[in-house]
Design a protein around this ligand. Structure first.
Ligand SMILES: Cc1cc2nc3c(=O)[nH]c(=O)nc-3n(C[C@H](O)[C@H](O)[C@H](O)COP(=O)(O)OP(=O)(O)OC[C@H]3O[C@@H](n4cnc5c(N)ncnc54)[C@H](O)[C@@H]3O)c2cc1C
Length: 418
């Protein structure tokens, strides 16, 4: 009798390794199970915690209104048999041997790989006492910063993006003396443009936040009992605490040298497979903040989107795409068309966005309400089409304006009548 030759496992029985135990890693596991995968699932995460929710870190955790016990995501029964390797970092991925190496010296073989390593906080490239300089990405970061936000503390926030603005709002509400330093002329200018940015600035200033706009930090000096933040104007701002909220850096190092495009995240096709020499790597998908991918209906440029909603949307598509890829089949469906959406919360007002407002900051119109109160703003591309909306308050109007963005995108992606 001829010997039995082991066959490659079916995609449903494949061993899948997930790099990163964040929201995207967890959602990928859930969606793989929902798509019929029953094989071994191993998640490697360098944090010691099971996947937890990050948005409260710059809001409720700093305010002291929630604690670490409330942050972990609920684990569903379908993923009860997932193997979690926590507190261990993946150092290298070998796409040809299909292995990942961990910093404890062990190696894991995979049939399929989900890369969900997220991003880390960028640091200012400046010398200076690091223990007084904070970033905010992890639970430990937030727990280290929270007790420093005491009434009367002088807090300098560097960077007026969403996280910087949220930290400033929280700190001033807690009674801190807050200055925000930002190189651009208005807060939030990149994601939502100057019109909304100026209104956000007005709201912050009305609560007592000071801004140094169009200014760059050139040094952070130790002045004994406090820090001195030196600006390019020569001005010096005294600080007890400095929070660096100057953007993020994608965690791509384990994929270095493999022929992938790692410029601002991992470049993927619309199946979320990374591209190697222009070809999709079919046994790998990339999910969450670390992925850069084309979003159908928003132009040809691949984008990297750091929104809480994206890992969930991406994981359903990535799971189907990975299982198809393991069978050597193309991506199912007719392209990936998630609707990017995010929220922020400052001074108790929820800012909710749908679409990609940054593509329409040159033509912003108030669609409803009053910009200085509750309002809906529409962001339009040069051809006049609606590419995003932002609601300030008005939660009951959310679904209607979400639909408006979906409809506008559908109109853009329709083939012209022949
Ligand atoms: C302070 C803060 C506030 C936010 N607020 C909002 C908000 O209000 N609204 C909104 O829409 N979005 C918000 N976000 C964004 C949202 O939380 C992210 O989009 C989401 O967490 C992305 O999930 P992820 O799994 O891709 O990345 P992550 O949650 O970062 O998970 C990636 C995990 O992989 C780990 N990892 C990295 N490299 C390795 C490696 N080599 N080996 C093993 N593990 C590795 C990381 O340590 C991390 O645990 C906020 C983010 C932060 C930090």
């Amino acid at each position: 009798m001829a010997p039995t030759v082991p066959t490659a496992p079916s995609p449903a029985e494949a061993t899948i390794v997930v790099v990163g135990a964040g929201l995207a890693g967890l959602r990928a596991c859930e969606r793989l199970r929902a798509a019929g995968h029953v094989g071994r699932l191993v998640v490697v995460g360098d944090e010691e915690h099971p996947p937890y929710n990050r948005p409260p870190l710059s809001k409720e955790v700093l305010r002291g209104t929630t604690t670490r016990e409330k942050l972990p995501f609920r684990q569903r029964p379908t993923t009860a048999d997932v193997e979690w390797r926590l507190g261990v970092r993946v150092t290298t991925v070998d796409l040809d041997a299909r292995t990942v190496t961990l910093d404890d010296g062990s190696t894991l073989a995979y049939d399929g790989l989900v890369y969900a390593a997220g991003v880390r906080a960028r640091r200012l490239d400046l010398a200076g006492e690091l223990s007084w300089r904070h970033t905010i990405r992890t639970l430990e970061d937030a727990e280290r910063l929270a007790p420093e936000l005491r009434p009367g503390s002088r807090v300098v926030v560097v960077g007026a993006g969403f996280i910087g603005c949220e930290v400033a709002a929280t700190a001033v509400t807690l009674g801190c003396d807050v200055t925000v330093v930002e190189p651009l002329p208005t807060p939030l200018e990149r994601p939502v443009g100057a019109v909304l940015g100026r209104e956000v600035q007005r709201r912050h200033e009305s609560h007592g936040v000071r801004f140094a706009l169009g200014r760059v930090v050139t040094a952070i000096e130790d002045a004994g009992e406090h820090l001195e933040v030196v600006l390019d104007s020569g001005a010096r701002v005294a600080a007890d605490v400095v929070v660096e909220a100057v953007g993020s850096q994608a965690n791509t190092e384990p994929l270095a040298g493999l022929g992938l495009d790692l410029t601002n995240g991992v470049l993927c096709d619309d199946g979320l497979h990374p591209l190697r020499g222009g070809d999709p790597v079919l046994d790998v998908v990339v999910v969450g903040d670390v992925a850069r991918f084309p979003v159908r209906g928003y132009g040809d440029d691949a984008v990297r989107i750091e929104h809480w909603s994206m890992p969930t949307d991406m994981s359903a598509h990535a799971a189907a795409s990975l299982l198809a890829g393991l069978a050597g089949e193309p991506v199912p469906g007719d392209g990936f068309a998630p609707l990017p959406s995010f929220w922020s919360e400052q001074y108790g007002v929820r800012m909710q966005s749908f679409g990609l407002p940054h593509l329409g900051v040159a033509d912003v119109r108030v669609l409803e309400g009053d910009l200085t109160g509750e309002a809906v703003l529409g962001f339009h591309a040069p051809d006049g089409s609606l590419v995003g909306v932002v609601l300030l308050g008005l939660p009951k109007r959310m679904l209607e304006f979400r639909s408006a963005v979906v409809d506008a995108r559908a109109a853009q992606t329709l083939e012209p009548a022949g």
